[in-house]
Design a protein around this ligand. Structure first.
Ligand code: EPS
Length: 403
């Protein structure tokens, strides 16, 4: 784990912070790079009122001098514009826990005498700092040509069929859509579903896809459970508020298939894209796949194919329509009271999940490459072994096992 980050701050406190530790020296970094990602997190149809109040912008408090990282921890701060409205205000007690939120579990765990402290820290407001830290990781990965993007694949019952639309095109089109769905006909249906949900005083979930392109082979490892790449990615993605399911590649479809139809055949391909079927060993040929059911990871290690992560977001717990609960103050069954929130945060979750994915990928890339500065790391990246016959000489002689 060369890379780590923590966040701190409450949803309606003065500010949110993060410390990102382990980014090498010599990475050019500006507030604009981070603010661009923060702005993406603020936009999406189905957002609540808070996003009209905030205009998230970052202050870099440490780790960057003269526009370049120094190798020291990068300290970032985002102020909560809403704080001034809360500071010093007498607020009503909060004693009716929302089913599905952290209100009840938080109170039991920490012994709160009012439910608000649980809400304050469990809130997805904290993801602003994940996105800020992720923006730095994404920028680091970009230096190696690694691109990570995402889009919404379903909202409620509306399920997009992407056909063979290239991933880069999906990323671009998704950013042009207020529901972050790359195909307009589906986007329109999703918007209508969200509108219906808002009128019905309810909330709506969905599925997001995050894709990483141009990764080298060899990130992550099977040698230890906590080094497996899909395990690290699932952990990071599942840590995002309201995410309750994650799959890599065709995981759930594969569970219905037979073995010979569930994997990605290994083939030889020359530079012009032609396939090789002879028995000679043409060292200029790459090992390629025509499918990607594994979602870019085999044996806990990246295989050079796009990494495909799908995450299921539940409808968030805060509904205008009351839900059955118990008032902990009176000890009687009574409906939930409404707290301002999003109606469908699925479109806004795309940059948040991207942030968690880029953090993991930057971490495993740094683990693979080592080094303290970009000057050290870049040549190491260029010399990484590839899935080519040239890079994989075999002894091809019998040997005695475990002598
Ligand atoms: C959020 C800020 C919050 C919520 C939302 C996400 O602001 P407020 O509570 O002031 O409306 O809108 O938080 C939740 C979904 C939640 O469950 O707490 C943000 O900045 O993304």
């Amino acid at each position: 784990m060369p890379l780590r980050f923590l966040t701190a701050g409450e949803s309606h406190g003065p500010s949110l912070t993060t410390i990102l530790d382990g980014i090498p020296a010599g990475l050019p970094l500006t507030t604009e790079i981070i603010n661009k990602e923060l702005a993406r997190r603020q936009h999406g149809y189905g957002s609540g009122g808070r996003m009209k109040i905030e205009k998230d912008t970052v202050q870099i408090l440490g780790g960057v001098i003269g526009g370049e990282t120094t190798g020291a921890p990068i300290s970032l701060l985002v102020q909560n514009a809403d704080h001034v409205k809360w500071k010093g205000k007498t607020i009503e007690p909060m004693t009716t826990p929302r089913p599905g939120h952290a209100d009840l579990t938080g109170a039991v765990k920490y012994g709160y005498k009012d439910l608000r402290p649980a809400l304050e820290r469990a809130s997805a407001r904290e993801t602003a700092m994940r996105v800020a830290a992720g923006a730095v990781c994404k920028h680091f990965l970009n230096q190696f040509g690694i691109i990570v993007g995402g889009y919404v694949s379903s909202i409620g019952e509306i399920q997009t069929d992407f056909g063979d639309m290239p991933y880069e095109e999906r990323f671009i089109r998704a950013e042009e859509s207020d529901v972050r769905c790359p195909i307009e006909t589906y986007a329109n249906q999703m918007r209508a579903e969200i509108e219906k949900t808002i009128h019905g005083k309810n909330t709506l979930g969905g599925v997001l896809e995050i894709v990483a392109l141009n990764l080298p082979v060899g990130l992550g490892s099977f040698v230890q459970w906590d080094r497996r790449l899909e395990a690290k990615l699932a952990h990071a993605v599942m840590s995002v508020q309201a995410i309750k399911g994650v799959e890599v590649g065709d995981a759930f479809e594969n569970a219905k298939r037979i073995g010979t139809e569930a994997h990605d055949p290994i083939q030889l391909q020359n530079a012009e894209g032609g396939m090789q079927n002879t028995n000679s060993r043409p060292s200029t040929f790459d090992l390629r796949r025509s499918t990607n059911r594994a979602g870019g990871i085999e044996g806990g290690i990246s295989n050079g194919q796009p990494i495909i992560i799908r995450a299921a977001m539940k409808p968030i717990a805060t509904t205008l329509l009351p839900q059955p609960t118990v008032d902990l103050a009176s000890g009687t069954e009574s409906p939930t009271k409404y707290e301002r929130s999003d109606f469908c945060p699925v479109p806004r979750a795309v940059p948040i999940l991207e942030a968690m994915v880029v953090f993991v990928l930057a971490d495993v890339l740094l683990e693979k490459l080592g080094g303290d500065s970009m000057d050290e790391i870049k040549p190491r990246f260029e010399s990484l072994r590839k899935a080519t016959l040239e890079d994989l000489p075999m002894d091809n002689i019998p040997h005695v096992f475990w002598e």
